[in-house]
Design a binder for this molecule. Structure first.
Ligand code: URA
Length: 236
């Protein structure tokens, strides 16, 4: 219980133990002072200071990554990373980034300390679809759509079939990728003689960027969003 409290309420183990000793924790309606019991936040109603404790002990966050921030969790050269944008308790929970996004790209970044989920969403075998909004220097045409759908030989690898949906006059497109190789979308358009001028990730599997998040803002995922991701990864 003390470990569950610490990870779900983002407090230290010591703080969790002192809350227990002080009688500030109840489980299913009774005060619980023993940190050793095994409980579940869905099956048991656990209250800390009268507030329901939720979650499975992992952190699940979405960040609207701004342009100029690295999608890594640490950088040796001291550049700003996604982790730097989170408050300390979230940093301490040690979330990893699920699927890199270029420094000059922006939009949905999903961070979680659930390593198994991270691995499953990014493993080549069961890659989740990712959708990007792309702005181009020249309109994409039907031939580009076909080339994306066929898959293209980029020299070091051949892309899997990808979705290309043209919006407006073709300078704005929605691209759906099943994989996520380095600079993949930029390289695919360069192969077609076009330059990507703006790249925004909108979704990863069932998880969609919350339009209420301004660039640089983050929020924890809802229970529904977490369940959808765990289901997509065959973990529920
Ligand atoms: N494709 C790119 O070129 N860059 C990204 O960050 C993601 C997909």
């Amino acid at each position: 219980l003390d470990r569950l409290l610490a990870s779900c309420a983002l407090i230290s183990r010591t703080e969790a133990q002192s809350a227990l000793r002080a009688g500030r924790v109840t489980v299913d309606g009774s005060v619980c002072r023993d940190g050793a019991g095994k409980y579940d936040t869905e099956k048991n109603v656990i209250l800390l200071n009268g507030q329901r404790v939720e979650g499975d002990g992992f952190v699940y966050l979405m960040l609207n990554k701004p342009v100029g921030v690295l999608s890594a969790t640490e950088d040796k050269k001291g550049e700003t990373t996604a982790l730097d944008l989170l408050p300390e308790p979230y940093q301490k929970a040690g979330p990893g980034v699920v699927g890199r996004l270029d420094k000059d790209a922006h939009g949905l970044l999903f961070l979680t300390s659930n390593g198994q989920l991270n691995h499953r969403l990014t493993s080549p075998r069961r890659h989740a679809d990712k959708v990007y909004r792309v702005a181009l220097d020249a309109p994409a045409g039907a031939e580009d759509e076909e080339a994306f759908a066929r898959g293209m030989d980029l020299g070091d690898f051949t892309t899997l079939p990808a979705g290309l949906e043209r919006l407006e006059d073709g300078r704005i497109c929605l691209v759906t990728l099943r994989e996520g190789k380095f600079h993949q979308i930029k390289r695919m358009f360069a192969h077609r003689g076009k330059t990507v001028v703006d790249l925004q990730r909108l979704s990863i599997g069932p998880l969609t960027l919350d339009p209420a998040l301004a660039p640089g803002d983050f929020r924890p995922l809802t229970g529904e969003e977490i369940r959808a991701l765990l289901t997509a990864a065959d973990m529920m």
